[in-house]
Design a protein around this ligand. Sequence first.
Ligand code: C2E
Ligand code: MG
Ligand code: MG
Length: 748
Amino acid sequence: MTSALVGVIGTALLVSSAHRRAGVARRVHRYLAVGAGLAVLTTVAGVVAAASATHHHRGVGNLLALGVAASSALLLAGLLTLPGSAPTPARALRYLLDALVIAAAGWFVGWVALSRPTALLGDHAPTWCRPLLLPMAIGALAFGVSVMVGMRARPPRGPLVWAGAGVTTVALAGAALAGGVCQQWGAAIGTGAIAMPLAVAVIALAARRADRPAPPPWLDQPGDGDDRDALTGRRGAGYAFVPMAAMAASAVYHLLRGGDFDLAGILAGSLVGFALVGRQYFALRDVRAYADRLRDREAHFRELAHTDPLTGLANRRGLLTALHDEAAAGSTAVLLFLDLDGFKNVNDMRGHDVGDAVLVEVGQRLRMNLRPGDVAARLGGDEFAVLMWARPHEAKGAAGRLLRVLGRPYEQPSGTIFLSVSIGLASCATAPDVTTLLRNADLALRSAKQHGKNRFELYDAEYDHQLRRRTTLEHELRGAIERDELYLRFQPVVMMPSVRPVGAETLLRWHHPQLGNVGPDEFIPLAEECGMIGKLGSWVLHQACHQLSRWLADGHDVWVSVNVSPRELHAAGYVEQVKEALRAHRVPPQRLVLEVTEHAVATDVEEMMRQLRDLRAAGVRIALDDFGAGYSSLGQLRNLPIDILKIDHSLVVEPMMRVIVELGHQLGMEVIAEGIGERSQMAMVVKTGCHLGQGYLSGWPVPAEHFEARLQSLSPAAAIPTSRDPADEARHAQDLGQVDSSHEMRQA
Ligand code: C2E
Ligand code: MG
Ligand code: MG
């Protein structure tokens, strides 16, 4: 009675939870509630039938068995649909198939135990109550489902396992009750009548706990768990092996004891086989579906990994892949590297959003102007690349078109943007591998930039040669001072036409044991670029001052000029460095001339002027070197703090000379004509009123001793007799005085 009461309470609990729920959850709880109610009713009916000592016990037993079967089938349906046990019908089907393997094996073992010759229940075996097979089969199935849920369901699995155990117990206890009534066996009836309602209560409690909110969809995608289990081998073989082993063992045992197989036994055995085959079929389908999905995902990610997110073009990796494929195919193609000229300004002046919009537009224009099969890529920043299936001359045509297309204005909401592009081309045929090809295209691009941008250049083996030489020179130059490979030459600056030396320009020389003589035109720009010019310049300054101090000590009336590169002038503390050198070698500042190239003055006027003024204030004289070779105008001369104008040899032609010399003298500057190589030239220069000159005619750059020898042998007889006019000579003497005294004049 008590247990029936417990069962009623359990049923009531399930009914109330079914009421409180909606949708799928309500349906599940309804299955459970109806199943539980039916189980309790069957229990009560069984107890009543047993007590009423009816003659139709077999018929009643069979009816009860059907009742138990109906109730436990409903409970099983509830169990399978409880939240968390099987997220999809497909998964429920797989559980059922797995459970069927276990159930059929359990059923077979049960059959061996109950049938002859083992006949565990002896005379009590309910041989006449065939319908009992139904709840027993359902019980076995419920047991199988419990095992599967316990192994596979999403944690926490406890409540599900309890519910499964409850359903199994209802089915088996119900079978015991019905069988007990059928066979009029009190013990079975008692056990069944107590166990069934208790199991109902267990189900009710477990169902309440199992009723959790549905998981977010990304946690449990349909089929995923199965696929993964199938692939990773987590679908333990144990679930199939244990039942099979149990079956085989009991079959052998049955045969050994002299038993034979009737229909029920054979059915159970075949069922296991079919269930396994079915399960295998689903497992295979899962594996295939999972492999398909993996392939799709892999393709998707590969696509992502090879795409530039901003422009949608290929990225560097995408280009490399295409290049490697290309290399493998061995066909001819040309690689174009593109770099937007001055794109940094767009970012700086208009902001990165506008910059991004321009890059997107560049990507679109590139895409619109490619032929099918060509690959366009963004390598990062404002660098793009195109892999073009074409011969070099066709690619050049395409590059010209791209220059035009990408050079068109970029209309943005904030205003129009004008850009140009530089392009470097390298043919696959010129490179043995992809790395070299990339380098060649890069070199060609660099060359296009160096040659003034907004143009394209096709890679040339000469670039390679230049680059290699540059790298070697850079490397070797670093230790040149320490290895004593540098030395100075002094080129006389002379009075004209007497060619009496009044000063000397210091010119740096480098002799490398393997590379031979390397000219300053080659290594000075290199030293400037790689930051070595400061060290070199300082060495030259000290050497020159040292030499100058010795000549002065020997009583020679001479000055020395030193070339200064713009980088040096810009360096903080340069003025101090010069003062320090003068102090160290005890050289009067006005004997030192610093030559600054006209180009340097033209680029950063303000900064340069400050430095030059400071140097002049220290007493040093400044010469503007190579005047006329660059961009500065005659008008600018007025504002420059300089003492000497050195006219580039390209300007040493009569009409020009006359204007410059006159202007220079008017501004109180000395004027030196550079590069005088012939007598006629000197005569012309002298005629324009310029009496200081420098050039191969009056003296090559020579070692200090040679220049010194010339100073010592200074006599009018040593002069090249270009002019015998005594008035000229007098003016030359005046010029020399002017050079030497200009500082004092300035101070005054
Ligand atoms: P620069 O300062 O204009 O030097 C004059 C250059 O003209 C020297 O070339 C000299 O050898 C050359 N030259 C002299 N007479 C004639 C002539 O009659 N005809 C022709 N065509 N050329 C003549 P060099 O020695 O090769 O020097 C080249 C440049 O390298 C120099 O031009 C100067 O700008 C730079 N340089 C040389 N030494 C140094 C240095 O110590 N420091 C820095 N910063 N630059 C230096
Ligand atoms: Mg010079
Ligand atoms: Mg010069």
